[in-house]
Design a protein around this ligand. Structure first.
Ligand code: GDP
Length: 427
C-alpha cells in the first residue's frame, strides 16, 4: 500500500490530506518489530494438572528441549507452584520463558482448597505488576513481567466426564487467565472414546459457565485457522522427547509393544495443533489478552477496592488528584470522628471513675462515723463501768475503815478486862 493511500480521517476535526511524495512513516511497523526483537519477548505458561499427567514431558516436547526439574511425588501435603525461567533463542529472537507447574495438585484427600494456591499465585503476579505501574520511578520496559499468559489445563484421559476438581479450578481461574484445556496422555484413550470425551468436556464447560480461551477470529489473516481450531478444543495431546526412526525419518514418538504413537502426526493426536495455536499463531494474542482483559480486571477491582473512581456520584469525571483528596478528606473525617469518640469515651470513663471514687469515699466516711460512734459508746460504757468500780472501791474503803475502827475499839476494851482478871488472880 502506498504511503499516500494511508492517510485517513481519525475522528472529528481531522482531515484527510494526500501526501505529495514518500515521507517514510510506513517504516513504523518495521521499527516496532526491530525494537521488540532487540528487547526480547517474555512468555509465561502455567501448567495445571494432577501429578504424573505429563506436564513436564509436554513442555519439553513443545519447546524441543529438556528443562530441568525433579519429578514430583504424590505425597505433598498441599498444592504448591514451582516456577522456572529460561532464556531461549530461536534465529535472532530471544524468549524469556517461564514455566510454572502445579506440584501435588489432586494428591490430597480433601481437594476443596486445591485451587487457592493457584489463584493466589496468579494474583501475586498481577499485584507485582500493579505495584511496578504505581511506582513514581517505574521501569516497566526492564521489568520481568511474570503474569501468566496461558494456562494449560491438563485433563486426565478418563473418557468419562470432568472431575469436580477440574470444574471448580477452571471456574476459579477463568476470569484471571487464558485457559487452554488439553486432554493429557491421549494415547490412553481410543479414537471413538476421544470424540465422545471431547464433546462431553465441552458441554460440561458450557453448562458450568467456564470461559476458556478462544483463539481470536477478528484478524483476517488467522481468522480461518483459529476458527477451525476453536472447534477442536480441548486438544488431545501426547508428549515425548524420545526420537524414533520411523520410515527414514527421526520422529518424536512413544513406542509400545503393539506399535508407535507419533507426537507430531495429526492423525495420532492434536500436539501440532496445540503448538501451532499456542506458540506459532496466538502467542502475542495471549500476551495481549492477559494485559488488556485479565490484568485490567484485576487492576480495576483493586483500585476500586482502594476507593478510586473514574466518575463522581453525578457521573462527572473524577481525576486521580480529586479521588486522592476525597479519600484523604474521608480518612481525616473518620480520624476526627474516631478521636471525638475516644475523647467522649475518656470523659465518660473519668466520670464513672470519679463517681466510683466518690461512692467509695462516702462509704469510708460512713464506716468511719460508725466506728467512731461504736468507739464512743464503748468508751462511755467503760467510763460508766470505771465509775461504778470506783464507787464500789470507795464504798469498800469506807467499810474497811469502819471495820478497822471497830476492831481497834474492840481490842482496847478486851485489854483492860484482861488486866483486871490478872490483878484478881494475884490477890
Ligand atoms: P508431570 O508430573 O505431570 O510433570 O508428569 P511427567 O511429565 O513427569 O510424566 C509422568 C510420566 O508420564 C512419565 O513416565 C512420562 O514418560 C509419562 N508420559 C508423559 N506424557 C505422556 C503421554 O502423552 N502418554 C503416556 N502414555 N505417557 C506419558
Amino acid at each position: 500500500m502506498a504511503a499516500t493511500d494511508i492517510a485517513r480521517q481519525v475522528g472529528e476535526g481531522c482531515r484527510t490530506v494526500p501526501l505529495a511524495g514518500h515521507v517514510g512513516f510506513d517504516s513504523l511497523p518495521d521499527q516496532l518489530v526491530n525494537k521488540s526483537v532487540s528487547q526480547g519477548f517474555c512468555f509465561n505458561i502455567l501448567c495445571v494438572g494432577e501429578t504424573g499427567l505429563g506436564k513436564s514431558t509436554l513442555m519439553d516436547t513443545l519447546f524441543n528441549t529438556k528443562f530441568e526439574g525433579e519429578p514430583a511425588t504424590h505425597t505433598q501435603p498441599g498444592v504448591q507452584l514451582r516456577s522456572n525461567t529460561y532464556d531461549l533463542q530461536e534465529s535472532n529472537v530471544g524468549l524469556k520463558l517461564t514455566i510454572v507447574s502445579t506440584v501435588g495438585f489432586g494428591d490430597q484427600i480433601n481437594k476443596e482448597d486445591s485451587y487457592k494456591p493457584i489463584v493466589e499465585f496468579i494474583d501475586a503476579q498481577f499485584e507485582a505488576y500493579l505495584q511496578e505501574e504505581l511506582k513514581i520511578r517505574r521501569v516497566l520496559h526492564a521489568y520481568h513481567d511474570s503474569r501468566i499468559h496461558a494456562c494449560l489445563y491438563f485433563i486426565a484421559p478418563t473418557g468419562h466426564s470432568l472431575k469436580s476438581l477440574d470444574l471448580v479450578t477452571m471456574k476459579k481461574l477463568d476470569s484471571k487467565v487464558n485457559i487452554i484445556p488439553i486432554i493429557a496422555k491421549s494415547d490412553a484413550i481410543s479414537k471413538s472414546e476421544l470424540t465422545k470425551f471431547k464433546i462431553k468436556i465441552t458441554s460440561e464447560l458450557v453448562s458450568n459457565g467456564v470461559q476458556i480461551y478462544q483463539f481470536p477470529t477478528d484478524d483476517e489473516s488467522v481468522a480461518e485457522i483459529n476458527g477451525t481450531m476453536n472447534a477442536h478444543l480441548p486438544f488431545a495431546v501426547i508428549g515425548s522427547t524420545e526420537e524414533l526412526k520411523i520410515g527414514n525419518k527421526m520422529m518424536k514418538a512413544r513406542q509400545y509393544p503393539w506399535g508407535t504413537v507419533q507426537v507430531e502426526n495429526e492423525a495420532h493426536c492434536d500436539f501440532v495443533k496445540l503448538r501451532e495455536m499456542l506458540i506459532r499463531v496466538n502467542m502475542e494474542d495471549l500476551r495481549e489478552q492477559t494485559h488488556s482483559r485479565h490484568y485490567e480486571l484485576y487492576r480495576r477491582c483493586k483500585l476500586e477496592e482502594m476507593g478510586f473512581q473514574d466518575t463522581d456520584p453525578d457521573s462527572k469525571p473524577f481525576s486521580l488528584q480529586e479521588t486522592y483528596e476525597a479519600k484523604r478528606n474521608e480518612f481525616l473525617g473518620e480520624l476526627q470522628k474516631k478521636e471525638e469518640e475516644m475523647r467522649q469515651m475518656f470523659v465518660q470513663r473519668v466520670k464513672e471513675k470519679e463517681a466510683e471514687l466518690k461512692e467509695a469515699e462516702k462509704e469510708l466516711h460512713e464506716k468511719f462515723d460508725r466506728l467512731k460512734k461504736l468507739h464512743q459508746d464503748e468508751k462511755k460504757k467503760l467510763e460508766d463501768k470505771k465509775k461504778s468500780l470506783d464507787d464500789e472501791v470507795n464504798a469498800f474503803k469506807q467499810r474497811k475503815t469502819a471495820a478497822e475502827l471497830l476492831q481497834s475499839q474492840g481490842s482496847q476494851a478486851g485489854g483492860s478486862q484482861t488486866l483486871k482478871r490478872d490483878k484478881e488472880k494475884k490477890n
